[in-house]
Write a protein that binds this ligand. Structure first.
Ligand code: SF4
Length: 319
């Protein structure tokens, strides 16, 4: 079964844009990366109308009141206005400072603050008051913590479950040095466990930093399944970072061979000047074609489109 998401809105033709945790977007082009000059002008399909509705302020105000971070804000997600106006958001726990230097992500990096013990309760309160039926929880990477933040993830999932009947999706960092932390997140038994592949192995270190490891990404997804076969696993890639079509298709094949259930493909957008440039804007029809190929490979659900991010319309995918 597939999930076809519409191409929606862009209110600007500046290159503000998006990022990582939440999203995936990029281009994968023909059979070679050569020949695609970096572009600063957004193509027409990436320009969108502002969403209507008056819940945007409600969502932003509630998040402010409860002192919660979202990846929507921190990663400058291009879907923020749309999602907030629909009273949805992706909670970002463990602070708003990341310990990894990913080249595509707008979240602040540096030395994080101490954990806030009441954050899981505040996430649960926000989920309740927003009336969320599907709650997505992500985080910065916390290499500084002994468990990478696994216990805090566990507490957050359990707090939301105690307070709402929502299904729960986690979108986690790689826990590469803290595998016991990963196992603790799995113990919380979220309905969906998402860890993004982000890009092809040749670009891994450039895009995801020196600690990243393609084979571990696959092993992480496999480990989740081994620990709890009832959890749906999910991953996503950004297109437009210089990957080739063959490289991309190999990644999708690898994900399937590790039993990944859900897939997101979206356009990478450069969040600011100091981040990796876009190598190519992938046309919507190419996203559609890639989505069809992914379905034929056996992914249970696929979302593929320029504005697709890992948490974009996550509820529809999780149902
Ligand atoms: S797509 Fe995800 S990260 Fe972006 S605004 Fe929507 S919920 Fe937030």
């Amino acid at each position: 079964m597939s999930l076809v998401l519409p191409v929606i809105s862009t209110d600007t033709d500046s290159h503000s844009s998006e990022s990582s945790h939440s999203g995936t977007s990029t281009s994968c082009g023909g059979s070679s990366e050569a020949g695609f000059a970096p572009s600063r002008r957004l193509p027409a399909w990436l320009r969108r109308d502002l969403p209507t509705g008056n819940f945007n302020n409600f969502t932003a105000g509630l998040l402010d009141e409860l002192r919660l971070e979202t990846v929507c804000d921190n990663a400058k997600c291009p879907n923020r206005m749309e999602c907030y106006s629909q009273k949805t958001a992706t909670f970002m726990i463990l602070g708003n400072v990341c310990t990894r230097p990913c080249g595509f992500c707008a979240v602040s990096r540096g030395k994080p603050d101490a954990l806030e013990a009441d954050e899981p309760a505040r996430v649960a309160e926000a989920a309740l008051r927003l009336g969320l039926k599907h709650v997505v929880i992500t985080s910065v990477t916390r290499d500084d913590l002994p468990d990478g933040g696994g216990e805090h993830f566990y507490d957050s999932v359990m707090a939301v479950r105690a307070k709402t009947s929502a299904t729960i999706e986690v979108l986690t960092p790689d826990f590469i040095q803290h595998k016991h932390g990963l196992d603790r997140v799995v113990e919380a038994a979220p309905e969906v466990f998402n860890h993004n592949m982000e890009t092809v192995p040749r670009l891994y270190r450039k895009v995801r930093g020196p600690k990243s490891d393609y084979s571990w990404t696959l092993e992480l997804l496999s480990r989740v399944k081994r620990l709890n076969a009832n959890i749906k696993t999910k991953s996503g890639l950004m297109l437009g970072l210089g990957e080739t079509r063959d490289e991309l298709l190999q990644c999708l094949s690898d994900l399937r061979s590790y039993d990944c259930d859900f897939l997101t493909l979206g356009q990478y957008l450069q969040p600011g000047q100091r981040y990796l440039p876009v190598q190519r804007y992938v046309p919507p029809e190419e996203f559609e074609e890639l989505g069809e190929i992914a379905q034929q490979m056996g992914f249970e659900k696929v979302a593929s489109g320029p504005f697709v991010r890992s948490s974009y319309h996550a509820r529809e995918m999780a149902l």
